[in-house]
Design a protein around this ligand. Sequence first.
Ligand SMILES: [Zn+2]
Length: 313
Amino acid sequence: MPIHIKFSYSSYSRNLLLALTFLFLGTSSAFAGLNVVTTTEDIASLVKEVGGNSVSATSIAKGYQDPHYVEAKPSYMLKINRADLLIYIGMELEIGYLPLLIEGGRNPNIRLGQPGLLDLSSSIAPIEIPVGEVDRSMGDIHPYGNPHYHLDPANGPLMAGLIADRLSLLDPDNSAQYKTNLESFRKRMESKLKEWSARMEKFKGTRIVTYHLLWSYFMKRFGLEYAGVVENKAGISPSPKHLLELADTMKRQKIKLILTNNYTDPNFPNLLKEKTGAGVLVLPGSVGGVPEAKDYIGLFDYLIAKVEQALSH
Ligand SMILES: [Zn+2]
């Protein structure tokens, strides 16, 4: 039974490592406010907007990482063990790693149904909910709809609203401050959304190709349309047949832009660029994806400027 022995040993040493880490680092936090852990940097940015100086917010995934695939490291379990609140995107975006982290974090307040766990997807209206039966042959499909809703800037204030409610529930002493911060963020977003919409107005109805269905909410908000998607099955490399058909469609419809993101394989978009002459624009899908996208508003300032520039050529 060598395999069984090996498995037990590695599982034993992992637990031991985790226990030791808790022991040595468990009392090092000097910050007295709410300790919030988020799965993405977008959520962490919204927590900072609403929470101000009364919270600390750290993200598990970095903005330049693929948010679908994050390694379930013991250091993340430690973060969850010490957190007051864990906020996630939901709609199965984090299904591959978050249940493991929550279990390993062993924090009784961070469990389904406890106020220490917040799924942000209930704040927004989902799109692209698959109809009919969903199975593995369709790729890494999201059965509750497209989870990349933070990329509609109109969803930011809704997500922030739910965050403010939860911070107030956990920390009622500062609830007036959370409310004020939320209002200030909403006002800034309202004027920014007007500006971004005005700049994107002239591109309404433009058909583009994207790599993954990452940009659906962004495109819907600003009136951009799909001519096709490079990944014909989510999370799976496109077949040569699909690429040829897509190149044909792009040439026929004179598609000028392939939008991709900074953690996916650049080879397929570049191949299509060679075949069709369309431009490839690599964009960050999250806060922290590039240094300029420092916070939620900064992300959209960056995205709008890049898309505007690419579509103006
Ligand atoms: Zn996705």
